[in-house]
Design a protein around this ligand. Structure first.
Ligand code: URP
Ligand code: ZN
Ligand code: ZN
Length: 460
């Protein structure tokens, strides 16, 4: 006897869309096919609906200290909002903290965040660790320890010197070499920090401080140039590389060329770069859109969509890092005072599925970008697909439901969203986390703390 039967829907995988019932036993998908209702204790009628794997948001910053404050969604709010948008696994960036000369170890950093997340998590969760300092090489011995513990991805920021998050090029090269040996994939935030800092200083001198100058302080090439540098290092070391939040047409070209040369490189973009252009920085509320990289020009937006269709972009994730309106307002008169980041965790899957409904991409591609590829790239072996033996992370999606995003119908703690007023055709109606209903027609119905740590496979 199965525990739950999703009957009458269409299953979407990265490979196809087909009519099938899905049976769940305990936390796992047990059977897919034509299944009689009498074979299950509970039947969920999903006639007219799509049955999708839970999405994986591979890029979030929950409770992250940044720009003199902490991002507005903590682990409780962020993971709650995640499941309400069909995301069943959240990757958070653990920041390795520096205190003057002292620095937290890698596992020490993870343990501190795990202690914050585990008691309240509403979704499953995993961590990337942002390496900011190797403590003269002493922390290299922790790489294999982290990999054994299931932390199989790190991050290097090529920017944010002022915020103490940046790591220099030489140390990135060392991280790549040692990470490869340990089976760890390195993510990079690639922009040229020196160029940005010089432009920011110039605009300050000139009194050009509106949000538009946030965009102009990061000329489109700063991303492409840094992508190119990071790819050189990946080629030299033979280490795989994952470029986060690709936002620029030149960067897309660099990735395309590198992939054609056989470099083991993955590229992620985010819904905000697919939806908005730099024009948002001319708006009265332009400060609310300040994130890094900034939204780019229309040519970049189009290039990203094309790369998605052509298969050169591997994942879409959110870079969810919201701040409260009062904090964004610190930069009303000076863009350098605006904490960088925007909301998105609850909008990822609905946005990409709406694009599929409109024929911009296929449903299969939306599932591949938001669930199957992040699971494969980051070693979540039990996640990312509707397949027998996988975790029963299931989203029931109504392709005909109309939904208008508003801060009032989101499940986060923030008080404004860049997605306000965005109309979607199609919306998730239920989210199941390992066989348990956690989101039902607008309501979070799970229990905090039931989200589990996802111990990941090494990247080999
Ligand atoms: O503006 C952003 N993206 N804030 C979060 C930190 C980062 O760069 O990923
Ligand atoms: Zn970043
Ligand atoms: Zn980020």
């Amino acid at each position: 006897m199965f525990d739950i039967l999703f009957q009458g829907g269409k299953v979407v995988t990265a490979e196809g869309v087909f009519e099938a019932d899905v049976a769940v036993t305990g936390e796992k998908i047990a059977c897919i096919g034509k299944i009689d209702a009498s074979a299950a204790s509970k039947v969920v009628d999903v006639t007219g609906k799509l049955v999708l794997p839970g999405a994986i948001d591979a890029h979030t910053h929950l409770a992250m200290p940044f720009g003199g404050t902490v991002s507005a969604d903590d682990y409780k709010a962020g993971t709650r909002a995640a499941v309400c948008g069909g995301v069943t696994t959240v990757f958070d960036y653990v920041m390795q903290k520096k205190y003057g000369d002292k620095v937290d170890g890698i596992m020490e950093s993870v343990e501190k965040r795990m202690a914050m997340c585990a008691p309240v998590a509403a979704s499953d969760y995993a961590f990337h660790v942002a390496i900011t300092n190797l403590d003269d090489g002493r922390l290299l011995s922790e790489f294999p320890v982290a990999a054994e513990a299931g932390i199989t991805s790190f991050k290097c920021f090529m920017v944010y010197r002022r915020e103490n998050m940046m790591i220099d090029d030489g140390n990135i090269l060392t991280v790549l070499e040692e990470a490869k040996k340990a089976g760890i994939l390195v993510n990079v935030h690639a922009e040229n920090c020196d160029v940005i800092d010089a432009k920011v200083a110039q605009f300050k001198r000139e009194g050009k401080l509106s949000p538009w100058y946030h965009y102009l302080s990061r000329p489109e090439f700063v991303e492409e140039e840094a992508d190119r540098r990071a790819i050189y290092w990946a080629e030299y070391t033979g280490a795989p590389l994952y470029i986060v939040h690709l936002a620029n047409a030149g960067g897309v070209e660099v990735v395309r060329e590198a992939k054609a040369r056989g470099v083991k490189i993955y590229a992620e973009t985010c819904p905000q770069y697919l939806e908005f252009t730099s024009d948002v920085y001319k708006r009265e509320d332009g400060r609310n859109f300040v994130c890094s990289p900034p939204m780019k020009g229309e040519a970049s937006r189009e290039a990203l969509w094309k790369a998605i269709s052509d298969g050169f972009i591997d994942t879409v994730a959110t870079d969810h890092c919201p701040f409260m309106q009062a904090e964004k307002d610190w930069g009303k008169e000076d863009f350098t005072k605006i904490p960088n980041g925007c909301a998105g965790i609850e909008n990822l899957y609905p946005y990409m599925l709406d694009a599929a409904g409109k024929g911009k991409i296929t449903y299969e591609r939306a599932v591949e970008l938001c669930a199957t590829n992040p699971a494969r790239i980051f070693g979540c072996t039990r996640k990312g697909a509707i397949a027998v033996g996988k975790d029963a992370d299931i989203v029931v999606y109504d392709p005909e439901k109309d939904f208008t995003i508003s801060v009032a119908n989101m499940h986060s703690d923030y008080d404004h969203t860049i997605w306000e007023g965005k109309h979607l055709h199609g919306y998730p109606v239920q989210t199941w986390l390992r066989g348990k209903l956690v989101y039902d027609n607008g309501e979070y119905v799970g229990s905090y703390g039931e989200g589990k740590f996802v111990k990941r496979a090494k990247h080999l």
